[in-house]
Design a protein around this ligand. Sequence first.
Ligand code: AP5
Ligand code: MG
Ligand code: ZN
Length: 213
Amino acid sequence: MIIVLLGPPGTGKGTQATAIKERYGIPHVSTGDILRANLAQGTPLGLEAKAYMEKGELVPDALILDLVADRLTLPDCQKGVLLDGFPRTLAQAEAFDRALVAQKKAIDHVLFLSVPEDALTRRLAGRRVCRGCAATYHVDFNPPPASLVCPGCQGEIYQRADDSQEAIRNRLKVYNDLTDPLIGYYREKAYLREVDGSESPARVAEAIARSLS
Ligand code: AP5
Ligand code: MG
Ligand code: ZN
């Protein structure tokens, strides 16, 4: 089972991924989480990606394609994968399609989560994330513990550098320019399923389950 989660920054891709990956028994592969882990460890990839990510620009396609190709060769991806934040440009989508054809595989579903832009800004500005396990909180909608220690993994709960007002504005623009065209690309291939992501997390999860069954 290969599922692609598509949608603007803050639409709830990371939030909804947990239920989907458990339902299908497939790993959740978020290119953003992998890049942030590399950044925290100071790897060459992390150092190269840092400046792009902080400004809300996309990391160059070639780096991302290598990262995803490496991740998908690990044994846990044999049953499939839930991709979050990849592909994000037409070039990435086309390269991914070519790689799948070569392996006689295909995408099963592309799930597009739609949320109005003003709600996205509010979600991103109030988001808090665990450094250890990437669990996501929101100061108003799902407040983290006052200690800012993650109940799941004891990791530190922090605010992402790209959740500043300026980076949020740029990320939404970059999404509209470079990632939004993927909706038409996948609609043409008949993979696309659109889900309204503006309801509560539980309602959105129900809508996703209906849409995938
Ligand atoms: P990435 O980490 O993928 O960030 P993003 O796409 O901007 O998406 P987000 O993680 O911000 O949003 P989300 O949809 O996961 O929302 P969440 O569930 O957290 O990428 C970061 C950077 O890495 C990029 O800018 C780029 O530089 C680089 N990068 C990554 N992949 C790349 C690629 N393929 N190519 C090139 N560069 C790449 O929810 C957000 C908030 O809302 C949370 O606080 C949450 O609690 C809250 N929330 C969620 N659902 C609801 C709801 N239903 N109601 C109320 N609040 C909700
Ligand atoms: Mg995310
Ligand atoms: Zn944690």
